[in-house]
Design a protein. Structure first.
Lengths: 266, 327
């Protein structure tokens, strides 16, 4: 008969596998993972092509970030919302594997998918306009790109906890989507925003990470902080805080939902 | 009883609170469980019966660690369902059934593979085990089809397959045959009996009295959050007033006649029920002394009188107990 304990690696792989299977089985994901990146990339290029190659890169990075939102951050939380919707949250929570591992597996998948989404933006622009987008430091840029997605995933884990907590989490996430684009500097520099909104931007890890990415990619870039390393410190610090919040919150959230008895509500 | 009970619950209470009104200022409290005491022996099939809203699913969820009781204690396999939930979960299975609870866009086999992995089924024997439960519930031909193509009955079978996949020692089944055609329901009951033969303790809630009578060694009746009776079916028959049920039907009876029927030897209770213009009196009878001729003699002034006898069914017992509690 079956073993009596769960294996973390087996559980993570199982969630990863399930995520890929449900992704491939559901054509609606083509929108955030393929169609949206292409549109964002092309529109950004057309809008800013007259402003010089580095400004185009600035805009395309923001566009890539927006497409990754759908896949990485939104996907991590949304998948838990889907568990509520399908009624699979109950059998998943009664499994020996703690739910945080289920979320972690989804975050890994969404991170990979987000990476693909971001890369599509670069590839589409390069192919469509016949020349690659210039990068000041391609290798470091790639590593930083992955890190940006990790910061998005950190916020996604917190959203996943919110989805376990309440069926209304999707409302907050949907409403916050556009604010997130603006607040993190995807659409235009954070320094252009009113001063009172800066603290909100600074508590979001992707704000720091995207700024650091632009420092790396664009020579002479002047971001909102005092340089690449300050951005990195901010990104690492806020990501750790989000992951710590998620780790703490998940246990409390699980306790809360078992007390509230609304796991099956949608 | 031999050895410690598989399930042991004492004074389990569960209150649901919700807020209503435009400003959510109205607190609504619903007492779903009002002090449930219950012991279930290891290796038995225990049935929990009750009308809709009686608290059956709430109690099942409490025992299966999905819901925290407001007060009281519950242990399954000697483990507290709240404090030792993590140790308990690998050892129990829960089948809530219904249309939901499955990943619809992937196949039954892929669903089972996912749940096998997060339920800790050994990866070296996982695929074999999945095929085993697929065959056992009768989904062999449909195993690689998407769940969204399944009928309700097939989904019910898949729920059952998932519930037994990791080899639980205690299996909670909430309405396991609901939505199944008669043949599938019979196969499911056969499967449940075979699980008990393998040493699994079954905690079953059902609305089908014949199913409970056929499967369960002992039965408890839950009504408005409280256990109103618990015993074997034979024991419950005694509790509600006897093995024999005599029904008399005519166009009305007066109070004097009903009183005289109540006074007949061995009659423990007389219940009345209207059927259009006719009235049916149902008598529970403890002894064999009372004959149908004696009843006919007492009601000889009703030319259209119909008198018949049958064995007191579990449904009779259940309705008696629930109506008694409600009154």
């Amino acid at each position: 008969m079956g073993a009596r304990t769960y294996s973390r690696s087996t559980s993570l792989l199982a969630v990863l596998r399930l995520s890929v299977l449900t992704f491939l089985a559901d054509p609606q994901w083509l929108v955030p993972s393929l169609i949206a990146p292409v549109i964002f990339g092309l529109v950004s290029y057309e809008l800013f092509t007259g402003a010089g190659p580095w400004f185009v890169l600035y805009a395309i990075l923001g566009a890539g970030m927006m497409s990754m939102w759908g896949q990485t951050l939104y996907g991590s939380g949304w998948a838990t919302g889907q568990d509520r919707h399908l009624g699979t949250l109950e059998p998943t929570l009664t499994a020996p594997t703690p739910y945080v591992y289920v979320v972690a597996g989804r975050v890994i998948w969404n991170t990979l998918a987000g990476l693909i989404g971001g890369a599509i933006v670069f590839v589409v622009v390069a192919i469509t306009y016949g020349h690659p987008i210039p990068l000041a430091n391609p290798l470091l840029f790639f590593l930083m790109f992955v890190f940006v997605i990790v910061t998005l995933a950190a916020v996604g884990v917190v959203f996943a906890a919110a989805y376990v907590y309440t069926r209304y989490a999707g409302f907050v996430q949907n409403v916050g989507e556009f604010a997130f684009y603006i607040g993190t500097g995807c659409m235009f520099p954070v320094v252009l925003l009113p001063f009172w909104s800066n603290p909100i931007s600074l508590i979001l890890p992707p704000t720091w990470a995207l700024d650091a990415l632009r420092y790396l990619a664009i020579p002479g870039y002047q971001g909102f902080s005092w340089g690449f390393w300050w951005d990195m410190a901010g990104a690492v610090g806020t990501t750790c805080v989000y992951l710590a919040i998620a780790g703490t919150v998940f246990h409390r959230v699980e306790r809360h939902v078992l007390e509230a008895g609304d796991l099956n509500d949608w | 009883m031999t050895g410690p009970p598989a399930i042991h619950a004492r004074d389990v209470r569960r209150v649901f609170e919700s807020r209503k009104g435009f400003f959510f200022d109205e607190l609504v409290r619903t007492e779903a469980l009002r002090g449930v005491d219950l012991d279930v022996d290891a290796g038995e099939i225990f049935g929990l019966l009750g009308p809709n809203g009686a608290g059956k699913t709430t109690f099942t969820k409490v025992l299966s660690t999905l819901l925290t009781p407001t007060s009281g204690t519950a242990e399954v396999l000697g483990l507290d369902v709240v404090r030792q939930a993590a140790e308990l979960r690998p050892r129990i299975g829960l089948v809530l059934g219904g249309e939901r609870g499955l990943y619809n866009r992937i196949s039954a086999r892929e669903n089972l593979r996912y749940f096998a992995d997060i339920y800790g089924v050994d990866v070296t024997s996982r695929d074999r085990r999945i095929q085993e439960v697929i065959d056992r519930v009768g989904l062999t031909d449909a195993a690689d089809r998407r769940v969204e193509e399944f009928s309700r009955g097939m989904k019910q079978k898949l729920h059952l397959a998932r519930g037994i996949l990791h080899g639980p020692e205690v299996l909670f089944l909430d309405e396991p045959t609901i939505g199944l055609d008669p043949k599938s329901a019979r196969e499911t009951r056969k499967l449940i009996r075979s699980l008990v033969a393998d040493g699994v303790t079954i905690f079953l809630t059902t609305h089908y009295m014949f199913e409970a009578e056929e499967l369960c060694q002992r039965i408890a009746v839950l009504s408005r959050g409280r256990i109103v009776a618990r015993d074997t079916v034979a024991g419950l028959r005694k509790l509600v007033g006897g093995d024999r049920t005599i029904e008399v039907e005519a166009y009305g009876f007066d109070d004097g006649e009903i009183g005289r029927l109540n006074g007949l030897p061995g009659v423990s209770r007389v219940l009345s029920e209207e059927f259009g213009p006719r009235l049916r009196l149902t008598m529970r009878v403890r002894t064999n002394e009372l004959t149908l001729d004696a009843v006919r003699g007492l009601l000889a002034n009703h030319p259209e009188l119909a008198v018949r006898e049958r064995r007191t069914s579990l449904e009779d017992i259940y309705l008696d107990l629930v109506e008694e509690e409600a009154s």
